[in-house]
Design a protein around this ligand. Structure first.
Ligand code: HOZ
Length: 430
């Protein structure tokens, strides 16, 4: 693919050519490909705090932050030390450790919905397992999800999914059995009437939602929408599952429940929970979680679940997230969002944000749902991203993702980004 930017990228191009021969699309996860912004991926050699260095020596302010886990930035010294110390004692045991108990206790202290949890290695596994548990508990099969929401890549959750499917324009995936898709009802995000109608028409096992949708870009819930989900789930005998893989420990200490005061039955966690190593979890009330084997009969397992390195990174990450940290994260997010708004001026751009998450939608109107995100000027967004990269700013290479401000970003990073954004807007609308 021709590379319309002024970056040095000869080494990345060389690596990409090799990658294409051994990795599908040259990447290990589709969102990394950068096709949606009209260029080839950049190969990374190192992360330092809020910055990233690529194989050609380009340095960027990194707003992707590995898609969310790195709330303290790259290679935070305390996280690195904790992982090194854990590794020195052995990288995996396939047996219980004290640290995984401490991590579960720490999560339970922060999240009102969580009395018990089960760890997995990825958010996909955690979401899939939460749905299995909801089906077992309710004795029902149908689930309700929202268009543009992304809950990992398990069969029943892929239809009209956000993130990489939205980025690459895939409405669903071949290979998903019809029966799996038939058990998933999809309604538009932020549409109370559609939720009420779906709940009336189906015996639902679960309503699963990202409480702040963040895989179609950031689309917060309208006032009262999460309360409505809670009410409808309760009235109709379904479980409410909040997928807080992105929002958990990010938008607040206790995630979306803390921000909006709505308590789900089950919570799905990942990203920040593993502090940059592979860890995820699903949790909820003891009465529900004790259905999980070996306490109960709902089976789910994993060789590397509760991996000691991931637990060490996660525990250290969470312990560093005190009240001051959230005040700082909120301030840096607001400075970035406000700066981007000012840089955009009166152009058709909407900057939507909450603590730790920002999306710049190329849209005349605020975006309230997936249709609104899909209606954005994707071509202009791509040009803007290429112009940012050329100016040393690394944005999520898709309109359907969020920027991830971190505690390693400072005012100088934001000011540099805003200056680059202003120049990039001018280039797009010249
Ligand atoms: N779920 C992440 C962003 N929405 C990115 C993980 C991936 O798909 O690579």
């Amino acid at each position: 693919m021709a590379v319309p930017s002024s970056l040095r990228d000869a080494r990345s191009a060389e690596l990409y050519a090799r990658a294409l021969r051994v990795l599908p699309g040259g990447v290990n996860s589709p969102v990394r490909a950068m096709r949606a912004i009209g260029r080839d991926p950049l190969f990374v050699v190192r992360g330092e705090g809020g910055e990233l260095l690529d194989a050609d020596g380009n340095r960027y302010v990194d707003w992707v932050m590995s898609w969310g886990p790195l709330i303290h930035g790259h290679a935070h010294p305390e996280v690195v030390a904790a992982v090194q110390a854990a590794a020195a004692d052995g990288t995996t045991f396939g047996a219980p450790t004290a640290a995984e108990v401490e991590l579960a206790e720490e999560v339970a202290r922060r999240m009102p919905a969580v009395e018990m949890l089960r760890m997995t290695s990825s958010g996909t596994e955690a979401a899939m397992s939460a749905i299995r548990l909801a089906r077992a508990v309710t004795g029902r099969e149908t689930i309700l999800k929202f268009a543009g929401a992304y809950h990992g890549h398990s069969d029943g959750l892929l239809a009209q999914a956000g993130s990489g499917l939205a980025t690459h324009g895939l409405p669903a995936s071949p290979g998903v059995p019809r029966a799996a898709a038939a058990n998933t009802v999809i309604v538009p995000w932020n549409d109370p009437d559609a939720v009420r109608a779906a709940c009336a028409a189906h015996e639902l096992a679960a309503i699963i939602a990202e409480p702040f949708a963040a895989n179609m870009g950031l689309v917060p819930p309208a006032d009262g929408f999460l309360d409505l989900l809670r009410q409808e789930a309760t009235d109709n005998g379904a479980l409410l599952v909040f997928d807080e893989v992105i929002t958990g420990f990010r938008i607040a200490r206790g995630g979306a429940s803390e921000v909006r005061g709505v308590i789900p039955d089950l919570v799905v966690l990942g990203k920040v929970l593993g502090g940059g190593l592979p860890a995820a979890a699903y949790g909820g009330a003891r009465t529900l979680m004790e259905r999980v084997a070996p306490a109960g009969d709902v089976y789910q397992a994993g060789t590397l679940s509760g991996n000691p390195l991931a637990v060490a990174a996660g525990l250290t990450t969470l312990r560093l997230l005190d009240e001051t940290a959230y005040l700082r994260l909120s301030a840096i997010t607001e400075r970035l969002a406000e700066g981007l708004r000012e840089a955009a001026g009166d152009r058709p751009v909407q900057v939507q944000s909450t603590c730790g998450l920002v999306t710049t939608f190329f849209s005349e109107e605020p975006v309230r749902d997936y249709a609104g995100a899909q209606a954005c000027d994707l071509e202009a967004y791509g040009r803007w991203c290429r112009a940012l990269l050329a100016r040393g700013v690394y944005p999520p290479p898709s309109q359907f993702e969020t920027w991830f401000p971190s505690l390693a970003h400072d005012d100088e990073h934001v000011d540099r980004t805003v200056a680059a954004a202003a120049a990039a807007f001018a280039e797009v609308w010249k």
